[in-house]
Write a protein that binds this ligand. Structure first.
Ligand code: ADP
Length: 737
C-alpha cells in the first residue's frame, strides 16, 4: 500500500470524525451544518481515493476514480457554502450559491459517463490515472473559479473584521490557501503536466489548521469535541498499528496462521485494545496536553481556591490582579468594587491610566448591562454582536457599550456578583501577545469571577464588621464617659438631697417635740382646770351660790370644748406627719354610734329636736380604731345637731352587699349650696354665713379631720344636700374586712 493510500485513509477518517463532531455539537447552527457537509465531501473523496489507490483492476480503478470525483465535485461549492455561513452572507449570496449548485449538480450527474472520465491509464508511477472527458474542462474552470473566489472572499472579509473574528478568519484563510494550492496539483496530471498530486497532503494540513482554529479561537465552539476526536484518532491509529504488526509478524512465521483464524482474533484484540488506548490517551491528554498548553489556566484555577483563605480586601485584589497579569500576560488589569453610592472604587490597578476614566466608573450602561447578562463582556465581540443585530435600538446600545469600554480602555469586563447584584468588576486589558481571549479563557475567568465575588464580598463584610466594632468600642467608651458624668451629677444631687432629708428629719423631730410640748403645755393645764371646776361644782371647796354655779357650768363647757380643740389640732398634726397610726380593734359600730348619741343628747334636748339611730337587727363587726373613728362620726353627728333648728337628725347604719357598711347621717337643718358641697372635706374650707350665724365658734376643720380618719380606715365619705334650708346628708362607707 502506497503513501497516497495511507494519507487518503487518514484524511477520510479525520474528515468524517471532524464533520460528525461539528454536526453533533450544534445541529442547529448553519455554520456547523455547512462545515459538516464540506467534511462529508472530503470524506467521500478521500475514501474513494484510498480504494482507487489500492485497486488492482482497471474497472475497479475507474469506478473508484468516478466516486472520487463525485466527492471532489462538491468540495469547492460546499466550501463556499460554509464560508458564506461563517460570515453570515448566505442570504446575500443566495442566488450565486443556487446557480453554482445547479452547475455542480450537472457535473455530478455527468460524472458517471465517459463525458467526464474517459478511462484510466498509467501515469507518473500511478497505474490507473484517469483521462479527462469533454465536460471535465468546464468543471476545472468552475473549480478554479470557486477556489479563487473563496480566497478573495476571505481576504476581503478579514480586512473588514476585527478581534477574534479576524483571528478566526485568518486561520481559515491560511488553511484555504494551503488546501486549494494543494488541490490544484491533483488536476495537473490530467493534462499531462508531470507534477505529482499533493492535494491529499494539503487537505490534511488544512484539517489540522482548521482544528487548531477551532480549539484556539472558538471556531464553531467545539474545543472539547476536538480534544475527544484527537483521542479517538490516536486510539484508532494505535489499534491499526498493532493489527498491522500482528499481520506482518504472522507472515514472517514459518507456518503462518490462516487468515480465517487470525482475522477475527485481530478484530477481538483490536476492540479490546481500542478501549485501553482510549483511556490511556484520555489520561495523557488531561495530564500533559492540557497542562503544557494551558498551564496558566491551572494557575488561575488554583488562584480561585486560594482566594477563600484571605479576608483582607487589599491583599485579595492584589493577588487577583497580579496573578492575572503574570500568568495571562496582560498589559493591564484592575479590580473595581462597587460602593453604596454607586461609584466603583479601585482596589488594585496595574496598567490602567486613572485619568482615562477607570477611577470615575459608576453605575452606568456598562455595569447595568453586565448585571443583566451576568457574562464576561469581550470588547471585540461587541463588534460581532453589532454586525449581527438588525434592531436599531440594540445596535445603539451596543455602540454605547463599546464606547464605555473604550473609554476605560477595557478589553474584557468580568462582572462580580452577590445574590444577582453587581458588586464589582474585574477589568482586563489585552494580552501582550496580541492573541484574543479564547473560549477556554472566558470559561476560566467566569469560574474565577464566581470565586472572587464570594471572597471579595466576604472580605468587604469582614472589614465592615471590624470597622463597626471599632466604632462600637468608641461609642461604648463615649457612653461610659457620659454615664459617669451623669452618675456624678446624680450623686451630687443625691448628696444635696440627703442633706435636705436630714434637715427635714431634724425639722420633723422639732415638730414632734412641738406637738409633745403642745400636748403637755396646753392639754395638761386644761385638764387641771376642768378637774378643779368639777371639784368646785361638786362643793369640795364650800357651797357656791347659784349665780356662781351657772357661770362655773359655762366655764366647764368651754374648757371641754377647748380640750377637744387641742385634741383636734394634735390629730391633724399627727396625720400630717404620718403618725396617725391606727390602733385597730374589732368593734360593734352601733355601740359606738349609741355612745355618741348619748354624749350629744343634752344639747339635742336643749334645742328641742330629735336624734335617732336606725339599724338592721344585726350588723357585722368592723375593724377600726375606736377613739379615732368615734371622733370622726361624732363630728358629723354633732354638725347635724349644730346646724338643725327644727326637726332633727337620723343616723342610719346599713349593711351593703360588697362587704361594706354605710352610715348615713341625715338632718333637716340649714342644708348646703353646691359650692359649699365642693371642697367640703378640704383643709381650707370656708364656713357658710348660715353656719357662722348658728354656730359662731365653728372652725371649719372638723370634716377635714373626719375624712382623714375615714380614709385611713380605707373608707369613703361624701355629702349631699338638695339646697339651702333643705337639710343635709352625710355618707360614710366602711369596709367590714
Ligand atoms: P365647724 O366647726 O365649722 O362645724 P366643720 O368642718 O365640722 O367645722 O364643718 C364645716 C362647715 O360645713 C360648717 O361650718 C358648715 O358651714 C358646713 N356644715 C357641716 N355640717 C353641716 C350640716 N349638717 N348642715 C349644714 N352645713 C354643715
Amino acid at each position: 500500500m502506497g503513501f497516497y493510500a495511507i494519507i487518503a485513509l487518514l484524511n477520510a477518517i479525520i474528515s468524517s470524525i471532524l464533520g460528525l463532531f461539528v454536526f453533533l455539537k450544534n445541529k442547529k447552527s448553519l455554520v456547523n451544518r455547512t462545515f459538516s457537509l464540506f467534511c462529508l465531501a472530503i470524506a467521500v473523496w478521500s475514501y474513494s481515493y484510498f480504494f482507487w489507490q489500492i485497486a488492482i483492476t482497471q474497472e475497479k480503478a475507474l469506478f473508484w476514480s468516478r466516486v472520487l470525483m463525485a466527492g471532489a465535485i462538491f468540495i469547492p461549492i460546499g466550501y463556499l457554502y460554509f464560508l458564506f455561513a461563517l460570515t453570515k452572507k448566505i442570504k446575500e449570496k443566495g442566488r450565486f450559491l443556487n446557480t453554482s449548485y445547479l452547475i455542480f449538480i450537472f457535473f455530478f450527474l455527468s460524472n458517471f459517463t465517459p463525458l467526464f472520465i474517459k478511462n484510466v491509464v498509467p501515469k507518473l508511477g500511478f497505474p490507473f490515472w484517469p483521462n479527462p472527458g469533454i465536460l471535465y474542462h468546464p468543471f476545472i474552470l468552475a473549480w478554479l473559479f470557486c477556489a479563487f473566489y473563496s480566497v478573495y472572499f476571505l481576504a476581503k472579509e478579514i480586512t473588514i473584521s476585527t478581534g477574534i473574528r479576524r483571528a478566526q478568519l485568518k486561520y481559515v484563510f491560511i488553511a484555504t490557501v494551503i488546501g486549494y494550492s494543494g488541490g490544484i496539483t491533483n488536476y495537473l496530471l490530467w493534462y499531462d503536466i508531470p507534477v505529482p498530486p499533493i492535494g491529499n497532503w494539503a487537505i490534511s494540513l488544512y484539517l489540522v489548521i482548521i482544528a487548531y482554529a477551532i480549539v484556539k479561537y472558538r471556531l464553531m465552539n467545539i474545543r472539547i469535541a476536538i480534544g475527544r476526536m484527537a483521542i479517538y484518532i490516536f486510539s484508532f491509529l494505535s489499534v491499526i498499528g498493532i493489527s498491522f504488526s500482528l499481520v506482518s509478524l504472522n507472515n514472517r512465521l514459518l507456518q503462518p496462521i490462516s487468515f480465517n483464524i487470525l482475522g477475527p482474533s485481530i478484530i477481538v484484540i483490536a476492540v479490546l485494545f481500542f478501549q485501553f488506548f482510549f483511556r490511556l490517551f484520555e489520561k495523557l491528554a488531561s495530564r500533559y496536553f492540557y497542562y503544557t498548553f494551558y498551564s496558566y489556566q491551572k494557575v488561575i484555577g488554583d488562584l480561585g481556591k486560594k482566594l477563600n483563605k484571605i479576608l483582607n480586601l487589599k491583599r485579595l485584589s492584589s493577588l487577583i490582579v497580579d496573578t492575572l497579569i503574570k500568568t495571562m500576560q496582560l498589559d493591564r488589569t484592575v479590580v473595581l468594587m462597587r460602593e453604596e453610592s454607586g461609584h466603583y472604587a479601585i482596589l488594585r490597578n496595574i496598567g490602567f491610566k486613572e485619568e482615562n476614566g477607570i477611577s470615575l466608573v459608576k453605575d452606568n450602561f456598562l455595569t447595568k448591562y453586565l448585571e443583566r447578562t451576568k457574562k464576561p463582556l469581550v470588547y471585540e465581540e461587541l463588534f460581532l454582536a453589532q454586525k449581527e443585530t438588525v434592531f436599531k435600538k440594540e445596535k445603539e446600545n451596543l455602540e454605547k457599550l463599546q464606547e464605555n469600554m473604550k473609554k476605560i480602555e477595557a478589553n474584557l469586563c468580568l462582572p462580580l456578583f452577590r445574590e444577582d447584584k453587581i458588586i464589582g468588576v474585574i477589568v482586563l486589558g489585552r494580552k501582550i501577545s496580541g492573541d484574543p481571549y479564547s473560549q477556554e479563557d472566558i470559561e476560566l475567568l467566569t469560574t474565577l469571577s464566581t470565586q472572587a465575588s464570594v471572597a471579595l464580598d466576604n472580605a468587604r463584610l469582614y472589614e465592615k464588621i471590624q470597622d463597626l466594632s471599632e466604632n462600637l468600642q468608641e461609642k461604648v467608651d463615649q457612653q461610659t464617659r457620659e454615664l459617669k458624668e451623669a452618675y456624678e451629677k446624680v450623686n451630687k444631687s443625691y448628696q444635696i438631697e440627703k442633706k435636705a432629708h436630714q434637715e427635714l428629719k431634724h425639722l420633723d423631730e422639732a415638730k414632734n417635740q412641738f406637738i409633745m410640748a403642745t400636748q403637755h403645755h396646753l392639754r395638761t393645764p386644761l385638764t387641771i382646770m376642768k378637774g378643779y371646776v368639777s371639784m368646785i361644782l361638786e362643793g369640795d371647796y364650800g357651797k357656791a351660790n347659784r349665780e356662781t354655779r351657772k357661770k362655773l357650768v359655762f366655764f366647764q363647757q368651754s374648757t371641754e370644748k377647748l380640750i377637744r380643740l387641742v385634741n383636734e389640732f394634735l390629730d391633724i398634726s399627727q396625720f400630717k406627719v404620718g403618725k396617725g397610726v391606727l390602733n385597730l380593734q374589732k368593734v360593734k359600730i352601733e355601740d359606738l354610734v349609741r355612745e355618741i348619741i348619748k354624749e350629744i343628747k343634752p344639747e339635742v334636748e336643749n334645742k328641742g329636736i330629735y336624734l335617732k339611730l336606725e339599724k338592721p337587727a344585726s350588723l357585722p363587726f368592723v375593724q377600726i380604731d375606736p377613739s379615732k373613728f368615734k371622733e370622726a362620726i361624732y363630728n358629723i353627728v354633732d354638725n347635724g345637731v349644730k346646724y338643725t333648728e327644727k326637726g332633727g337628725v337620723i343616723v342610719n347604719i346599713k349593711r351593703q352587699k360588697a362587704g361594706t357598711i354605710l352610715i348615713v347621717v341625715k338632718d333637716t337643718g340649714i342644708g348646703m349650696s353646691k359650692e359649699e358641697l365642693d371642697g367640703l372635706f378640704e383643709e381650707t374650707f370656708e364656713r357658710s354665713k348660715g353656719a357662722k350665724k348658728l354656730y359662731a365658734l365653728g372652725r371649719g376643720i372638723g370634716l377635714y379631720i373626719a375624712s382623714n380618719i375615714i380614709k385611713a380606715h380605707r373608707g369613703k365619705i361624701w355629702a349631699g344636700s338638695p339646697g339651702k334650708s333643705k337639710g343635709s346628708t352625710f355618707y360614710i362607707e366602711l369596709p367590714t374586712k
